[in-house]
Design a protein around this ligand. Structure first.
Ligand code: ADP
Ligand code: MG
Length: 814
């Protein structure tokens, strides 16, 4: 058992704006416990909390300042926890802090760069690397991903569901057994045999989470996400299994309802926005008070799920994420205070070992059979009916293979049936007699042959003896040679086995590199897991395809609008950047793959050459009647050192390719996710545009859809025509395709139909009331939106009009 208080770490996020000096300081004297001091500026301290104290000091295990990178965080915080999970203890890492302080960045990672990947992907990488190294145990890894929003649990990994809102995901409920163990009903566990499979699951869950989020639920700030790695291990042949769970938790934003600063003791009274965080605090308070017997775990789903992590059988670590900007100081102080309380909680982690009943049953069944056999022998209870033909045949087969088996330890197992035992003896006797007769026959015929010949002459006899001696020598040489060859062949086989194994891990990159642009995937997983790999990939790509591939089902107008939206979107820069990096990595991997292939065939050739050389040497020795030279010749030495060199080169390239593979996989997943996000935001924007259009359309107002405010124009030279320049930065435009007039608010990425759709409005518009005032306030929800091709073409016309205006503006300003 390991007793340990919850470890607390702090991480300070780099500020969005330039660093505001003097707000905090970190004291990291090696002999003392590191402390973080938050200094309140005078203007804030005035009327602030706790009798206007101006500075607050908090102790942490370690404090990571703004410049700490993801690698440092992983190495110092997550790696030790992952290590104890590998040893069989439960572990939890949770990030706590206000929205925007870097919880998701720390736990999952940033959405842009590969180097920004967070604790989850790095931990997966580390765990799978360690599992591969340890061949003394059989490991199984499962992944689950749970989201808790509003006291409801949702399974983010359910493959059967296409989540477009949280409610579409399967609901997870809590069950408690008589021993008060918590079980989660409906939370699926997914087997992951490789790092990639586990990574795919992480991205699948994250994508589901993103898609399910709506402006109404704001799940990313108000929900808790628990990514769990379930690891079980057992030694071969043993019935004892160890189970360990690692929860990686991204909590909801810890901001409170009332912003302090109004004075007094508001800070302590302020309630969390998220009720379950309030319950978490209650649990923490109860645990940190010494003589409390009742801990209110059951108050919320999150505290129930994390029950073991808080004051139970678990090694737990908390990361307090801090955004130490002036306006966030009160929240940062709350976060630190919470951490100080958490640090008082003692956990007791034990090894979770259990006996696997299935394995025990198997072992017992075998034992029972053996005992039955023994009993039958001892009691002499024997069967009397004759053995069938088939049984006899089977027995004879057994005897033959027993006799052929070179292993001196081999046994003839026929069970405790005396009929069979007797038959075996009979059969063996028969075989032995047959052999004797045969030998007698040969010997007697040979002796007969000799008898009829004259006795050998002395000289002939000597000659024959010499020849015999010579042959003996040759045989000895050949036996030696064979032994050496056999040894080498075994080594070669062993090496080839290793190569094959390594290659199976690397598998296709050198051979099947796809062009990232064509959407092909570089699959580098190990062969046995490939089928599953593809199924997971299929799972992911079907989801992503559905999300990204929606474009293919879009009307042409919508597609065009999507292209424009994409071009203007900030994320497209990231996507493009990642595409470039991906391209680079792909070509690097391709080149590397080719070099690896070359190195491999070179290794093959060198081995072949060495073998040939060796055979030549031995043959030479035989022909010259010499023993095999003890010293290998120089040429062979040279070949061997070349072989070693080539193998080293191969290994270096192989390691690099492996790293590249992980990076490529990660980048592809990042891009997939970014694309889904883009698509989602486009849909929202599109719906908004459609709503605006319909809200303002006189056709809607007059309820007369057949008579739109058409203005046919004769001019076909230009599709859109600039009519006036509104002082507000908006423009009125007539679209020649539909003949409609639009007001384009260039700044707000909004295009609204003109309230006065007449060409004569030119004059009016300059004096007209502000645009917003003239928009009828129709409730948005009451307007039908999608699937209306009229709406589609309207919007596309808007966008085109807007484009043309922007172009004209650009030309004007140049
Ligand atoms: P939270 O999950 O706590 O609401 P996020 O992790 O989403 O906050 O972080 C908010 C923003 O700040 C994101 O854009 C993220 O990339 C960025 N960010 C957070 N922490 C860091 C950091 N340590 N280094 C760089 N960027 C960060
Ligand atoms: Mg977050």
């Amino acid at each position: 058992m390991v007793k340990q208080t919850i470890q607390i770490f702090a991480r300070v996020k780099p500020p969005v704006r330039k660093h505001q000096q003097g707000i905090y300081s970190i004291d990291e004297d090696e002999k003392l416990i590191p402390s973080l001091e938050i200094i309140l500026p005078r203007d804030l301290a005035d009327g602030f909390v706790n009798n206007k104290r101006e500075s607050y000091k908090f102790k942490f295990q370690r404090i990571f300042d703004q410049d700490a990178n993801q690698e440092t965080i992983f190495e110092n915080i997550a790696k030790p926890v992952a290590g104890s999970v590998l040893a069989g203890y439960n572990g939890t890492i949770f990030a706590y802090g206000q929205t925007g302080s870097g919880k998701t960045f720390t736990i999952t990672g940033g959405a842009e760069r590969y180097s920004d990947r967070g604790i989850i992907p790095r931990t997966l990488s580390y765990i799978f690397e360690q599992l591969q190294k340890d061949s003394s145990k059989i490991y199984t890894t499962h992944i689950s991903y749970l989201e808790i929003y509003n006291e409801c649990g949702y399974d983010l990994l359910d493959p059967r569901h296409e989540a477009s809102s949280l409610e579409d995901l399967p609901k997870v409920t809590i069950l408690e057994d008589p021993d008060q163990n918590i079980h989660l009903k409906n939370l699926t566990l997914h087997l992951a045999t490789t790092e990639e499979e586990a990574l795919n699951l992480l991205f699948l869950g994250d994508t589901n989470r993103m898609i399910a989020e709506t402006p109404m639920n704001q799940a990313s700030t108000r929900s808790h996400c628990i990514f769990t790695i379930h690891l079980s291990s057992k030694e071969p042949g043993s019935a004892t299994v160890r189970h360990a769970k690692l929860h990686l938790v991204d909590l909801a934003g810890s901001e409170r309802v009332a912003k302090t600063g109004v004075g007094g003791h508001l800070l302590t009274e302020a309630k969390y926005i998220n009720l379950s965080l309030h319950y978490l605090e209650q649990v923490i308070i109860a645990l940190s008070e010494k003589h409390r017997s009742h801990i209110p775990y059951r108050n919320s789903m999150m505290t129930s799920v994390l029950r073991d992590s808080l004051g139970g059988n678990c090694m737990t670590t908390m990361i307090a994420t801090l955004s130490l900007e002036k306006r966030n100081l009160d929240e940062s102080i709350s976060t630190c205070r919470f951490a100080q309380r958490v640090a008082l909680i003692k956990n007791e982690a034990v090894l979770n070992e259990e006996i696997d009943p299935r394995l025990v049953i198997k072992r017992l069944q075998k034992e029972i059979q053996e005992l039955k056999d023994e009993l039958a022998m001892v009691t002499g209870e024997q069967r009397t009916e004759a053995l069938t033909e088939a049984e006899l045949l089977q027995l004879e087969k057994l005897i033959t293979s027993f006799l052929e088996d070179q292993d001196p330890e081999s046994r003839l197992e026929v069970g405790a049936d005396m009929r069979k035992v007797h038959h075996c003896f009979h059969h063996l006797k028969k075989l032995l007699n047959d052999k004797k007769i045969l030998e007698n026959n040969t010997v007697s015929s040979e002796s007969k042959d000799q008898d009829c010949q004259e006795p050998l002459k002395e000289e002939e006899y000597r000659k024959l003896r010499d020849i015999l001696k010579q042959r003996d020598n040759e045989i000895n040489i050949l036996v030696n040679m064979l032994k050496k060859e056999k040894k080498k062949a075994q080594e070669a086989l062993h090496l080839a086995g290793m190569d094959r194994r390594e290659f199976r891990h690397s598998q296709s990159p050198p051979f099947r590199l796809g062009n990232p642009e064509e959407g092909q995937r570089m699959r580098l997983s190990s062969a046995p897991s490939q089928a599953q790999d593809f199924s997971i990939l299929g799972k992911r790509s079907s989801l992503l395809h559905k999300k990204i591939g929606m474009r293919e089902e879009m009307s042409l107008g919508r597609q065009e609008a999507f292209e424009i939206f994409k071009r203007d979107h900030a994320d497209s820069v990231t996507i493009d950047d990642n595409k470039q990096i991906l391209k680079q990595r792909f070509s690097e991997a391709k080149a590397l793959g080719e070099s690896i292939n070359e190195a491999r065939s070179k290794i093959g050739h060198l081995k072949e050459e060495i073998t040939q050389r060796h055979i030549q040497q031995v043959a030479l020795g035989i022909s010259e009647n010499m023993a095999v030279p003890l010293m290998p010749d120089q040429q062979e030495e040279k070949l061997r050192s070349q072989l070693e060199e080539e193998k080293r080169r191969y290994k270096t390239m192989f390691t690099r390719l492996k790293a590249l593979k992980v990076e490529i996989e990660h980048l592809q997943l990042l891009m997939d996710k970014a694309k889904v996000k883009l698509q989602k935001e486009f849909e929202v924007w599109w719906a908004e545009e459609a709503t605006n259009l319909q809200v303002n359309s006189p056709a809607v107002n007059s309820l007369d859809h057949t008579k739109p405010f058409l203005q046919t124009s004769d001019s076909q030279h230009e599709r859109s025509q600039l009519l006036s320049n509104k002082s507000s930065g908006g423009w009125e435009v007539q679209d020649q395709g539909t003949g409609r007039f639009y007001v384009c608010d260039v700044n707000a990425r909004k295009i609204l139909p003109s309230p006065c759709p007449s060409p004569h409005s030119q004059k009016q518009s300059s004096t007209s009331t502000p645009l917003e005032d003239s928009i009828p306030k129709t409730p948005v929800s009451s307007i039908p939106l999608t699937g209306d091709s009229q709406t589609d073409s309207d919007i596309i016309a808007f966008i085109k009009a807007r484009q043309s205006i922007l172009q004209k503006q650009c030309l004007g300003s140049n």
